[in-house]
Design a binder for this molecule. Structure first.
Ligand code: ADP
Ligand code: ASP
Ligand code: MG
Length: 416
């Protein structure tokens, strides 16, 4: 098989770990596979570089930001090449530019436009291991761009699409995709398969195990993606394009959460046509994405209007909203950064009623107040006070029978 193997930050975190990665690549080659590799920076390195930049300026110039943070991957790729050499395996490392990863010019959140994979293919044909720096590309002017946090996943899937790999293997620090983040809920269960649609929702709602764009890319180009551990042997989780909605399909497949949003409420504005557009128009023109929106029922012709944005965009959004609120004669603006979003995801939701009410009842029983709700065909999201995030996730995980123990009790005929 032709494989792309991507190794994340923890997997590349020290020379011992890089040696472990080299052994994995060698093992795959010995099993008869051709392997192209994509790497992340050593763990903590990208954060360290960003902190250095921000110690100089809160909003550093995006071009210089990308120049700086892309260096993390260049360290790890060349170390891995040397490690493979030391074990007698020919390998060559490539920057995004050298690997022909062409992006648009949105420096910090660039999108891959196309990939000219001649050098990668030549290496593969001649028995070398090409090692490509993840997270970076080059725009049409030759400037270095970066793909957004977690972007090496997307580099890997893009390389897999370009060389028409049989599978893109994302090696990370957990054994695959779980019912929820196993670092938060210890009873989270490893999923053998997850549908592409579910993975898309989980990734977009906060499960950082895969960058959302990598999942989009996999869908667009039909690339089988498997998430597995660099440290523990196993089959990991396959992202499947099968619909597999049968009788066995659980109602809820997984729970995602994030604390990266902030909530803004504009109070006491007139209930007149176009008010929502007056508030949200300038925000979207400032390239800020609004997530959840709620407008309450008017009382005496007056409404409150609430929405959420990413915390990184909070200050800018407040600045914009203050001006509009003045024009609209709003009574006040409420700002809340201490919120968390919890989301249930599952293709099985399509065919099961009552999931929302079970969810709301469970949260209510724990005294967790729901501030905002949004739904789609296969997900329900709620915003709650940040301090209830872990309690909320654990409660829902158990209410929807996702815990490992319960599965064992139900299914294992020979419990320990
Ligand atoms: P890498 O450096 O390998 O890219 P990341 O830290 O980006 O690794 O992603 C792996 C992490 O994703 C895990 O350590 C885990 O804490 C987190 N995670 C969040 N949700 C999930 C989930 N549903 N299943 C597995 N891991 C998850
Ligand atoms: N090193 C980059 C980051 O930390 C890209 C990645 O790890 O995928 O975001
Ligand atoms: Mg990652």
């Amino acid at each position: 098989m032709l494989l792309v193997q991507k190794f994340g930050g923890t997997s590349m975190g020290s020379l011992e770990r890089i040696a472990n990665v080299a052994d994995k690549i060698i093992k795959a080659r010995e099993a008869g596979h051709q392997v192209a590799v994509v790497v992340s920076a050593m763990s903590g390195e990208t954060d360290r570089l960003i902190a250095l930049a921000q110690a100089i300026q809160a909003e550093p110039d995006p071009r210089e930001y990308s120049m700086l943070v892309s260096t993390g991957e260049q360290v790890s790729m060349s170390l891995l090449a040397m490690m493979l050499h030391s074990k007698g395996v020919p390998a060559r490392s490539y920057t995004g530019n050298q690997a022909g990863i062409h992006t648009n010019s949105v420096y910090k959140k660039a999108r891959i436009l196309n990939l000219d994979c001649k050098r990668i293919q030549k290496d593969l044909a001649e028995g070398r291991v090409p090692i490509i720096a993840g997270f970076q590309g080059v725009d049409s002017c030759g400037e270095v761009t970066t793909l957004g946090r977690g972007g090496s996943d997307t580099s890997a899937v893009a390389v897999a699409a370009a060389i028409q790999a049989d599978e893109c293997q994302i090696f990370t620090d957990v054994e695959g995709v779980y019912t929820t983040d196993p670092r938060v809920v210890s009873t989270a269960r490893l999923l053998e398969k997850v549908t592409f649609e579910e993975m898309l929702e989980l990734a977009s709602l906060g499960a950082k195990v895969l960058q959302i764009r990598s999942v989009e890319f996999a869908g667009k180009h039909n690339i089988p993606v498997r998430v597995l551990s660099s440290f523990v042997e196993g089959n990991g989780t396959l992202i499947t394009f099968e619909e597999n909605v049968g009788l066995e399909q659980p109602k809820v497949s997984g729970i995602a959460f994030n604390r990266s949003e902030a909530k803004i409420t504009v109070r006491g504005i007139p209930d007149s046509p176009g008010v929502a557009a007056r508030i949200l128009g300038p925000i979207s023109r400032a390239q800020i994405e609004v997530d959840m929106i709620i407008q309450n029922v008017p009382v005496a012709g007056i409404i409150d209007f609430t929405f959420t944005v990413h915390r990184d965009d909070f200050a800018k959004t407040v600045e914009i909203v203050e001006e509009i609120a003045r024009e609209l004669g709003a009574s006040e603006i409420l700002k809340d950064k201490k919120i968390a979003k919890l989301s249930l995801v599952g293709v099985g939701m399509r065919s099961h009623a009552g999931i929302a009410s079970t969810m709301f009842t469970a949260l209510g029983t724990e005294g967790i107040n729901i501030q905002l709700i949004s739904t789609s065909e296969i997900k329900i999201s709620v915003v709650v006070d940040e301090k209830y995030l872990e309690l909320g996730v654990r409660t829902l995980h158990s209410v929807f029978h996702l815990d490992q123990q319960e599965v064992r009790e139900e299914w294992d005929p020979h419990p320990l």
